[in-house]
Design a protein around this ligand. Sequence first.
Ligand code: URA
Length: 205
Amino acid sequence: MNLTVIDHPLTRHYLTVLRDVSTEPEEFRAAARRLTYTLVMEATSRVPLVQTRIESPLETTTGYELGDVVAVAVLRAGLGMLEAVQDLIPHVKVGFAGVQRDEETAEPMEYYAKMPKLENSTVLVLEPMLATGGSLSWACAKAKEFGATKITALCVVTAPDGVTRMYEDHPDVHIVAAAHDRQLNDRYYIVPGLGDMGDRLFGTV
Ligand code: URA
């Protein structure tokens, strides 16, 4: 399976805040950031380390430095996860993948792509809502075009269609998520889900 669902109590708590229809944008953004911390811990658990020698106040000892990490935020909802990644990995480089879903077909339409160098980096693609999988699949293909070979996707909520699509299109991409929900509705929203992530983050409802 290409999906790991994090069931840590903090993840579940902040997911509940996000799902709650009465959560206002300010609290919603804070919960999205806090939940993302818990996903990043798992998503970075296999990032290569470079061994170093450092001086502690008492003696020379072994230290470890994190290898190169790039985050690719899928616009616009992925921005809600970016601050947590930058906080935990200050040297992270950031790319942006602008994709809009066609409201009729739910297929992705590209409008922007700006990537740093991705070769030899661990790439974290930030796509909170894995619904049909169209946007995430497109973003991973774009990252591969720019040289990415090790990709982990960070999602808040996934749906069966999206996970299946990702497994078919990108079996090499590991997905780390806070929830795997029941299904999509007839407007391609995840249910029970949390609504439109971008609208809830930015108050555009
Ligand atoms: N995008 C969202 O923001 N929410 C969904 O439920 C599906 C896609």
